[in-house]
Ligand binder design. Sequence first.
Ligand code: PLP
Length: 375
Amino acid sequence: MHFDTLAIQAAHQSDPTGAIIPPIHLSTKFERDAETYEPVGGHMYSRASNPNRDAFEKALAQLEGGAVGMAFGSGQAATMTLFQALRPGDHVIVPRQAYFSTPLLLEQVFHPWGLTYTRVEMSDLDAVQAAIHENTRVIWTETPSNPLLTMTDLLLISQMAHEAGAIVVCDNTWATPVLQRPLDLNCDVVMHSTTKYLGGHSDVLGGALVFKDPNHELALRVRQIQQLGGAVPSPFDCWLLLRGIKTLGVRVRAQQATAQALAEFLDGHPSVEKVYYPGLDSHPQRALVKQQMNGPGAMLSFGVKGGTAEALRVCGHLKLFIRATSLGGTESLIEHRATVEGIHTNAPDNLLRVSVGLEHAEDLIADLDQALKKI
Ligand SMILES: *Cc1c(COP(=O)(O)O)cnc(C)c1O
């Protein structure tokens, strides 16, 4: 089955009323049978499980080619639960280039709690190998990376991790399963901020983990922490996510086509120093992009000629792009990543990150052109 068909099938649920769209089950409690005293519909209490959450978890697991999905109240809650499933004394390897708050979670929350971690440049395989210790349990990857769109070779990293008895988690938020399926590339766990493309309309906060092996010790422990700790999304959020899944393929491909057009326009523009986009032949890992992904995606970054002042001026003159953080919605967003990340940022000061929406490419290009002419 092609992805788009799978998405519609996975997101569809039959309902006893004949409704072809599922109801939102706001009930926090579920009844037990008079004779058997078993839960009538398999649910007991919505922290442990809820029909809408179940449906979303199963659908996402199918899209990623995994065995079991688990949904959380945010991407960070999903990441946090994975780290909580480890034990004090365990070691984690995280990318130097990653979503800003992932290593921050390790530094601020889990290091004091007893996890050790090493940050490495994931495209440098020797550096990754050197960072592996006997207590290394997890290699965390994010590809393409935030905000410079660097690729990580998931097959090779998985091989290195497995030889050392560690697992690989891939933050697949930017690629989505439309463009990249990490579990097919031997990763063990996929993480999503469902806030982004899966929700797709900038109105849901959520996260998820998908495991390849439902009986892996960490999968069982994550489920236990999810149910005991309760960092779960609401039934309505899960309902919105299930709806988002149905249009994921068409949205991502349309956004990607526009991103390619924008990247080609920006590449070589006299006011632009550099474009970071996996769909350009100038991308240093173009071969890996083609090997690992079905397409380069809808996120791009570019450096303007100048520094912070020039970058902010371009943002200020744009009329169609919204100046806001985050990504994956229908509206194009632009942000000056260094300002958003603050003093500890690795982002170059002239860098602007763009999440391409569903507007027409020609209108977005005209908007960029007029803004770039004003710096
Ligand atoms: C947004 C994002 C996260 C964090 O997710 P939240 O839903 O904001 O908690 C993690 N990884 C990536 C790549 C993201 O873009």
